[in-house]
Design a protein around this ligand. Structure first.
Ligand code: B16
Ligand code: MG
Length: 213
């Protein structure tokens, strides 16, 4: 085995792609309250918690929303989002991701999820990955969202490994910042591959085999 004993994977943008569903659900909510929302604003929501995402969307609103109204909007978005998640199935897990996860597992690495999403368990179920990971740290066990390192620190704790022996795999700048703040090396896909703080910029998920094995 190489430098790492464990790998902590972000979910959305790394293992699977639910950003279109997030976009559709937020778009419907934004349209209903007459607030402008587009794909560019949606990009700022990657890795960001649900309530923080809503605050970003409401930057375009011409009136303030109180806590109760915000909770109702977030709940509406989540109901729409969960209905869209029902479209997902094990076919949404790419062969590349599946084979790489299996190769890392076969090499004895411990594998965890570190996601901001409170819907992580439902998404893993839809993908046929329930019970696959050695640990799941997600939006349900944290108080502070990325770029705070808490979600990854807790994932490493669940695995029983120090941060220095775990690699974090991320697609979002907020996630790479979170990894660095927690003392983790990071591998970055998508937007995160062009970010200066990313330890290993990657083009393909399968490159993890070269980094870790
Ligand atoms: P939920 P990740 C993040 O997942 C998404 O990238 C982000 O867009 C979303 O707002 C956040 O989860 C919270 O999701 O509303 O399901 O709790 O990238 O950290 O896996
Ligand atoms: Mg992500």
């Amino acid at each position: 085995m190489g430098k790492y004993q464990g790998v902590i994977f972000d979910l959305d943008g790394v293992i699977c792609f639910t950003d279109q569903y997030h976009f559709q659900a937020w778009k419907q909510v934004a349209d209903e309250i007459g607030v402008y929302f587009d794909e560019k604003i949606n990009n700022r929501l990657r890795g960001v918690s649900r309530m923080d995402s809503l605050d970003i969307i409401l930057e375009r609103s011409d009136r303030p929303y109180n806590a109760e109204e915000k909770a109702a909007l977030a709940e509406k978005k989540n109901d729409l989002y969960k209905a869209l998640l029902l479209n997902m199935s094990p076919r949404d897990l790419s062969p590349e991701v599946k084979e790489t996860l299996e190769a890392l597992r076969a090499a004895g690495l411990k594998l965890a999820i570190g996601s901001s999403s409170k819907n992580t368990k439902m998404i893993l179920e839809r993908l046929g990955l329930s019970g696959f990971f050695d640990a799941v740290s997600d939006g349900t066990n944290i108080q502070r969202s990325k770029p705070d390192p808490q979600v990854f620190t807790m994932a490493a704790e669940f695995l029983g490994l120090p941060a220095s022996q775990c690699l974090v795999v991320e697609d979002a700048e907020a996630g790479i910042r979170a990894a660095a703040a927690g003392g983790f090396d990071s591998a970055g896909l998508g937007e995160a591959s062009a970010f200066a703080m990313t330890t290993y910029p990657m083009e393909h998920f399968r490159q993890l085999s070269q980094i870790c094995l």
